[in-house]
Ligand binder design. Structure first.
Ligand code: ADP
Length: 171
């Protein structure tokens, strides 16, 4: 039985098979969690990202973790929130689903997600957490992942995840 939990902390510190980056479509680095991951992984990460040729919104691509404790980084491009009528929900769900597909492909059994799109991209945190949890619950089994961590950078986000995770999944 897989373990799905929320933790508060810095995703760059985690010794898991894969951490997910909330990247932008250029994959050439940015602020927030993206900047933190590039700083911690070292310049080799940017070199590897350059070779990927960008990434569409809702999709994800993999690189090694280089100097990070994590073996892999899955770079997912979340949607920018624009009121909710521009497919934002479906694109955000697609990020989580594609990362689990990469986990299967790369044999990653443990994966850590940040709250994709809830920073600079302004997705409402509650709504984003709901989508993240629902999508992961629906797809982790097929991916072979045994441990999922939702890494919350602040206490407010952690509280949202704790509350939603305490509600049992509806079959
Ligand atoms: P986006 O552009 O997808 O909104 P951001 O990086 O701006 O991405 O924010 C996504 C989330 O990542 C936010 O909830 C932010 O607080 C969080 N975050 C920022 N730095 C870290 C970090 N080092 N570890 C985990 N989460 C982080």
């Amino acid at each position: 039985m897989a373990q799905i939990e929320a933790i508060q902390g810095d995703i760059t510190q985690l010794s898991v098979d894969a951490i997910v980056n909330a990247a932008n479509s250029s994959l050439l680095g940015g602020g927030g969690v993206d900047g933190a991951i590039h700083d911690a992984a070292g310049p080799e990460l940017l070199d590897a990202c350059r070779k990927l040729g960008g990434c569409a919104t809702g999709a994800a691509k993999a690189t090694p973790g280089f100097r990070l404790p994590a073996k892999w980084v899955f770079h997912a491009v979340g949607p920018v929130w624009d009121g909710g009528n521009r497919n934002e929900d479906r694109l955000l769900a697609s990020c989580y689903q594609q990362c689990l597909e990469l986990a299967r492909e790369y044999g990653a059994h443990s994966i850590a997600f940040p709250a994709i799109s809830t920073g600079v991209y302004r997705f409402p945190p509650d709504r984003a957490a709901n989508i993240a949890i629902r999508t992961v619950r629906a797809h982790f089994e097929a991916s072979g992942v045994e441990q999922v961590q939702f890494v919350c950078f602040n206490f407010e986000t952690f509280q949202i995840y704790e509350r939603l995770l305490s509600i049992p999944a509806i079959a």
